[in-house]
Ligand binder design. Structure first.
Ligand code: MN
Length: 315
């Protein structure tokens, strides 16, 4: 690896990344071998430190890393699961993703690729291999790339483990496809059907609508897929109240900064205020839309929120 331009830091980071997947017992001898080779080549040890977390922030950093790689659904993972084994979810968060993935020297794509190799080579951990094949795809190492990785591993790990790895890559690709097409309800109310054409033409992306009641005034559950938002619009006469029930989204009134929305947030939209609402780029989003009844009330639909404006949100 060193002869072909892999840096000393990268070589050592590969070894450290292996600890979580192969165990200290198997990795420790490799560390000695690497240190001996680096010393033989006149490279001064220790190398520059690569850790970016401390005991105080590793849990939070680990959670953020999991969200960065696997998405918003990983929020709160450390406190999830059956009580008697919850500490393992916490260790996965603060140790596995908080201590290793946050280190400098290798990026997510590289760390996920080598993790895939560790698991493929080890064998017998196909569920984790499938999960990490999905993680690879989520950070940009696609199916064709992973098949090349399996091919490269084959002479070292043999056919049975390589064929298992190939199955996991295919299973991961199927799951990714399924997740892409399957709507995810982030909220507590039924999602209903895709918006009818009469509304969908005023939306970018796919939204779902479930009318809940019209007693007093109409209340509907609106669900937005990631990146989906409605056009700028105005509620004339009666305003609108948004009660956020799930995911992460945005509300913006004309001429004002966009406001990030989370479950429990309430947005009062007065009549005649030009505005839009919708999901964050990386999250499903749902709110109840409460229409304030008014004599002669109506909605006026205007221009779309452009990709350029939308991509600047939160930056
Ligand atoms: Mn509105």
């Amino acid at each position: 690896a060193l002869n072909f331009g892999v840096t000393p830091v990268e070589v050592k980071e590969i070894v450290y990344q292996a600890v979580a997947y192969l165990g200290i017992g198997r990795v420790f001898p490799c560390l000695h071998i690497v240190n001996d080779i680096l010393t033989e080549r006149g490279i001064k040890l220790p190398l520059d430190p690569q850790a970016t977390t401390t005991t105080d922030n590793r849990l939070k950093a680990g959670e953020q890393t999991m969200i960065n790689i696997m998405g918003e659904s990983m929020r709160g993972f450390a406190e999830s699961g059956p009580e008697e084994s919850r500490h393992i979810n916490k260790w996965l968060t603060d140790n596995c993703f908080g201590d290793y993935y946050t280190r400098k020297g290798l990026d997510y794509k590289q760390r996920e690729m080598i993790t895939f190799c560790f698991l493929a080579a080890q064998g017998g951990c196909e569920p984790q291999l499938t999960s990490h094949a999905m993680n690879n795809m989520m950070v940009g190492n696609d199916k064709a790339f992973l098949i090349k990785v399996v091919s490269q591993c084959l002479p070292f790990i043999g056919y049975p483990r390589s064929l298992n790895a190939l199955n996991c890559v295919n299973a991961a690709a199927d799951k990714m496809k399924e997740a892409e097409t399957k709507p995810e309800n982030p909220g507590a109310f039924p999602m209903g059907d895709k918006l009818p054409e009469v509304f969908s033409k005023y939306f970018v992306g796919q939204a779902y609508l479930q009318p809940l009641t019209d007693k007093g005034g109409p209340i509907s559950n609106v669900t937005f897929e990631p990146g989906c938002r409605n056009n700028w619009h105005i509620h004339h006469k009666g305003g609108q109240i948004l009660l956020v029930t799930g995911g992460k989204g945005w509300y913006q009134a004309w001429g004002e900064p966009a406001q990030e929305l989370h479950p429990g947030d309430v947005v009062n939209i007065p009549a005649e205020v030009k505005h839009w609402h919708g999901a964050a780029a990386d999250s499903w989003f749902s709110h109840l839309a409460v229409e304030i009844p008014a004599e002669g009330g109506s909605a006026e639909w205007l221009e779309a929120v452009s990709d350029e404006e939308y991509s600047k949100l939160g930056k």
